[in-house]
Design a protein around this ligand. Structure first.
Ligand SMILES: [Zn+2]
Length: 134
């Protein structure tokens, strides 16, 4: 689903389905997975039947004065090959790995700030209003 909002966001692997204005002025961007490869089970590579859904709130680079808040609506499935450990999986894309709370490009941006500007990781996170837990 390549629409104008998705193109504007330019975050590989996800599509924008809706943007809403919150009471405090911020915008909430609803995302779905665009990359079909994200449906392959990371444990066995098979596409299992979808068992449910999950919504995550990844952080990304700042956009505009008030910033954006993301809701990524993901599909969930179970892998019967994984009897011991992680049996339930959700979609992931390289720009937002599973269980990552911030986008890969935001992590890279913060790392560059630390390297180039002599900023600390804490300060870089503070600049982005992130609660940073390494
Ligand atoms: Zn599997």
């Amino acid at each position: 689903m390549l629409n104008d909002a998705t193109l504007l966001l330019d975050l590989d692997g996800v599509s924008v389905v809706r943007v809403e204005r919150l009471a405090d002025g911020r915008r909430r961007v609803h995302l779905v997975t665009a990359d079909e490869a994200a449906r392959a089970c990371p444990a066995c590579g098979v596409r299992h039947p979808v068992k449910g859904s999950a919504a995550t709130r990844p952080r990304d680079l700042p956009y505009g004065e008030a910033g954006l808040e993301f809701r990524w609506h993901k599909r969930r499935w179970c892998c019967r090959e994984q009897v011991r450990s992680r049996r339930s999986f959700t979609e992931q894309v390289p720009q937002i790995p599973a269980r990552a709370r911030i986008a890969t490009r935001l992590r890279a941006w913060a790392a560059r700030r630390v390297r180039d500007a002599g900023s600390t990781v804490i300060q870089a996170a503070r600049d982005l209003r992130l609660s940073w837990r390494p």
